[in-house]
Design a protein around this ligand. Sequence first.
Ligand code: AMP
Length: 282
Amino acid sequence: MAAAGCIETIAGLRAELDAARARGASIGFVPTMGALHEGHLALIRAARERDDVVVVSIFVNPTQFNASEDLQKYPRDLARDLALAEGAGADLVFAPPAGEMYLPGASTWVDVEGLTEGLCGAARPGHFRGVCTVVTKLFNIVGPHRAYFGEKDAQQLAVIKRMVRDLDMRVEIVPCATVREPDGLAMSSRNVRLSPAERAQAPVLYRALTAARLAIENGERDAERPKADICAALADADLATIDYVEIVDADSLEPVTTVDRPCLIALAVFFGDVRLIDNITV
Ligand code: AMP
């Protein structure tokens, strides 16, 4: 296909994709909230390599933000996103208005228990319920063979995999590595909201994570010490406020006291009202 077409209606997208499926094409899907950056583009390129038709959704999903969060401040620039998505290989961009996705009286939710209780789930009540519901709706609309998700949002990836398994959804979830700025800061649509001083301090997240990983690779088994070291490094960044720093089992996302199996070191830190997350596996 030539230029990436932008489609705003469910019926319009389904018509395109029914035709693609009828000719035997595989459909790769990259769900996003827009404000695209190299992290998103890596997902689109991964889909382009494996699938015949690449669909990108751009939808700032209101149900995954709670009242005090940054829904209104979330950056939006559809024209720029369309050009970037097309440049990375998207065939179709689905950018529905909120009213197309949520009809008045919508009252059905998809809730994954357990995995959503800690980490970001504890700090953002209802967040994963909103994510799982919108991703289920998008899967039902797109009908993808494969869907691509970033490891930057490690808990989201684990929750989506569990949801797909538990609800027998017919889609393969493809994880993609976190894309970082040259100084290590994980790319995020929220980074543009950092002040220059906050942006200068933000690489401390990845520096602290890599130092903790090194300590564990060098034999540290007690989870508390690397956690304390990360907190100390973050305390040196005077604009950073810790939301959480955790070392959790990579599968269950349960906190560990001893690092004796594959684990995730995960953190969330506020700079002003901008909440950044990052993680690393050990
Ligand atoms: P978002 O637009 O933030 O909802 O993210 C859409 C998708 O892009 C999710 O699967 C994210 O995990 C993924 N993503 C966001 N930032 C990055 C990054 N820096 N590296 C890799 N994937 C990312």
